[in-house]
Design a protein around this ligand. Sequence first.
Ligand code: NZQ
Ligand code: ZN
Length: 397
Amino acid sequence: MKAFQYNGMPKIYFGENALAEAFSAELPKTGPRVMLAYGGGSLRKNGIYDEIKRLLEGAGKTVFPFGGIMPNPTYRKVQEGARFARENAIDFILAAGGGSVLDCAKMISAQAKMEGDIWEAEFTKHLLPTEFIPMAAVLTASGTGSEVNDDAVITNEDLKIKDDMVGALPAFAVLNPAYTLSVPMTQAVSGAFDSLSHCMEIYFGKPAETNLSDELNEAVMRNIICHIREMIRNPGDVSVRSELMWDSTVAETGILKLGKETDFQNHMIEHQLGALTDCSHGQGLAVIHPAVYRHLAGDNTEKFVRFAREVWHLAPDGRTDLEFALAGINALADFIREIGLPATLTELKAGMPAGNPDPADPGILRQVADTCIIRPGCARKLGRDEIYAILMECIGG
Ligand code: NZQ
Ligand code: ZN
């Protein structure tokens, strides 16, 4: 087992009354000027924005709304937010939304306290932020686990790079599963698949041998799979949303990563596909995972066999180990189709706005392969030409 230190996670308030409970315990510790960061307007429609504002004002805070944070948040939006925070002498940032709003707010919190350009600091000078405007999260769409980490995935539109930055760690996170009932089903399924992807990216990391982190991980993966199916059957069932919301948080608490070197190569490929086409994160991952794993099944066969047996409940039925490993990957691919996620880049394109760059364009795929970060990988490092070949296999018809 790899050596580790574990420091827990931000305080979580989970359940029906989580917002009121969190605010009564936490707001006395914050300053009076609160920036309420949110997305494109869903929270205005479903009443969550009004509920948050009312409770903040009831606690004596002055609310400074900062909306329009887009899915796949941009570096320009971070800069706009940091200016807004400085100009309004913000004491505390409350991010209300999915991973995109949380990530953008984490970087606003850091950039507002930093003199220079934070992209340059992190990627050129390799300096991480040390000062932040305190921030917290009200999660309204689950999947990324952003509520429990200081990771912020930001798209630099000028450089055409989508990358992980280090931002603020939320001081606390509010998880009320009922808030996610209004998330459109395609997004809810994409978010839950993102959580499953996080589990797989950890599970197929090193070491491959049986260990506690991976056995816990198998339980989380089974829970996600069963509750995605259940959510599609019963979209209004809050207990199902509760399971998925907690699954996504648990997958990012770090507990499943203890003692492991994680993979996240699928994520690195998807991030660049997202940078160049603005595709949905969870949907891009759904297309990429089976294709990457078919390339790696021969190098990490024992682990893929275990995945087939423990996660998909398959039996070997006289198959060789490699055939059985591939059967587990096929079960994953079948599940992706069953839950209505795109299985090819052509299908991914069909669900995107007409003006977006085409994720099935070989020129774009070459750029993705040439610019994505290469990770040590689950079994071996993939080369850029192999990543391009994998992406070409994903085009479909
Ligand atoms: O913008 P609004 O109008 O609010 O609509 C959002 C958005 O269109 C909508 N939504 C959110 N809550 C809603 C709702 N609609 C109705 N009712 C509600 N209660 O959902 C849409 C998608 O939101 P978004 O935040 O983009 O989705 P998600 O949570 O999947 O976040 C994706 C982003 O997180 C990054 C991804 O790369 C992507 O940029 N990730 C962040 C990670 C992290 N910080 O740890 C890890 C992940 O691997 C991931 O890379
Ligand atoms: Zn993800």
